[in-house]
Design a protein around this ligand. Structure first.
Ligand code: MG
Length: 120
């Protein structure tokens, strides 16, 4: 697979570790950030092709991160990762490309990533 770089943004270490492992198995290159503010720093060094975004995080949440990302002119597609009851609505609030509802399995995650990522 061509190099596709994914930035995982989630304040829960277990979720970052699990999602990283799933994506690396599929051949994606993965970076991680612990909240929205951290993600804004990370993406200046490692421009992602796709962002997997938790919404509820300390310091800077998913809404604040998405707003700042677009204000900086980045058009990177976002896949929202959040609880099932909120996923569709919150994804539409930030104009995300896709969402996956927690808890999700590897197949759900990979399908959402494949739909959202830019064609290579
Ligand atoms: Mg969270």
């Amino acid at each position: 697979m061509p190099d596709v770089r994914v930035l995982i943004v989630d304040d829960e270490p277990d979720i970052r570790a699990t999602v990283s492992a799933m994506l690396e198995i599929e051949g994606y290159r993965v970076d991680e950030a612990v909240n929205g503010a951290d993600a804004l720093r990370v993406l200046e060094d490692h421009a992602p092709d796709l962002i997997l975004l938790d919404m509820r995080m300390p310091v800077l949440d998913g809404w604040g991160f998405a707003r700042e990302l677009r204000q900086r002119g980045h058009r990177t597609p976002i896949v929202v990762m959040t609880a099932a009851r909120d996923a569709a609505r919150w994804a539409s609030e930030i104009a995300a490309a896709e969402f996956v509802a927690k808890p999700f399995g590897m197949d759900d995650l990979i399908r959402a990533v494949e739909r959202a990522r830019p064609a290579t």
